[in-house]
Design a protein around this ligand. Sequence first.
Ligand code: SAM
Length: 249
Amino acid sequence: MEHRRSALRTAMVWDALHEALRARHLDVGANRPLQVIDLGGGTGGLAVRVAELGHHVLVVDPSPDALASLERRAAEVSVSAGVRGVLGDAATLLDEVQPASADVVICHGVLEVVDEPALALTSAATALVEGGCLSVLVAQRSAAVFSRAIAGHLADARALLQQRETSDSRADSAPRRFSLAELCELLASAHFTVTEVRGVRVFTDHIASTMVDSEPGAVEELHALEAAVATDPDFLAIATQLHLLATRL
Ligand SMILES: C[S@@+](CC[C@H](N)C(=O)[O-])C[C@H]1O[C@@H](n2cnc3c(N)ncnc32)[C@H](O)[C@@H]1O
């Protein structure tokens, strides 16, 4: 059951990315594979799926263990020729790739942990061709505040809320969280224009799993509900994650 829930959790992000890849592929003429960078791509869950579509994916990640898993995963589905992993990070990305060489950059779950999110986005922008697409997924602060508050952890909720006012929200080594406005500002500064905003896990993480898991059909119902509100601004603030698509100007 948990496996099915987690597959459904990632389905919406994959569907949006898949559509963005399809659109970008048409833009470049569809007669060659897309050059895709998965920055902080980890064990390659997404990279391998992108390679299965026939595109070329470079995963840049500082974890040797993650890259070893990526290699195994790619071999298992016979896409090793389409996926390459290199040890590196957001700060060294441009040592690995030429400027204006990528059609798509994926940056999921990474701005939370890098030293300088602004630098990571500038590097991504430099690696992309003009008109190239960035897919960025980040943890949203307001949802974390909300979930702590409704669980009765009120002091934690207030402390998290106040991170907004500190210049380094990773001072306690906890992952950084973003507001939509902060993320849009970072993207604009790095010369991206936002084309799509989606709330991911608007309800899923606020519901006790027993409530969903014990009810036949509830997982699918929850997925349908998530899909229905993903782009509704009224529900955005309680989404655990924000998924944005942006174009390199
Ligand atoms: C939460 S995981 C996300 C993995 C993958 N992108 C996903 O969505 O499943 C964060 C990843 O960022 C990588 N990472 C950590 N610091 C990084 C940095 N400075 N630059 C790039 N990636 C980094 C980690 O090794 C890890 O693979």
